[in-house]
Structures are given as structure tokens and as C-alpha cells.
Design a protein around this ligand. Sequence first.
Ligand SMILES: [Zn+2]
Length: 65
Amino acid sequence: MLESALFTCGRCGHLEGDTSKLVADHIIPHRGDEGRFWDRSNLQCLCKGCHDRVKQAEERRGLHG
Ligand SMILES: [Zn+2]
């Protein structure tokens, strides 16, 4: 999935060639739902900086899935 996203962060558009700094993120928290977990249209590629910010914000809102 990360490869098909062309190493580009879906949030800030940052092009990151180092996949260890990219995270596959669920746009809608899957909350254990396998269909949602594997739904590629529910996946986006985020750079680590954006991912950490998004997850911190979600945790503050109690949405962390
Ligand atoms: Zn980013």
C-alpha cells in the first residue's frame, strides 16, 4: 500500500523516500472491524510527523482506534 501511494504523505504532500518514516493510517478508525481494516480506500499514507500529530489529536478527542 505504501508503495502504491508513491511515498507521498496524504496530509501534507511531503514526499518521503524512507518508508521507515511513513505510516499506513486508517482514515476512519477501524476499531477492530476487519472489513474497514483491509479497505484500501480507507488507508492513507502519512509521514511520521503528520501521523503523530493526527494520532495525538485523535487521542485527545478520545477517537483513537
Ligand atoms: Zn505529512
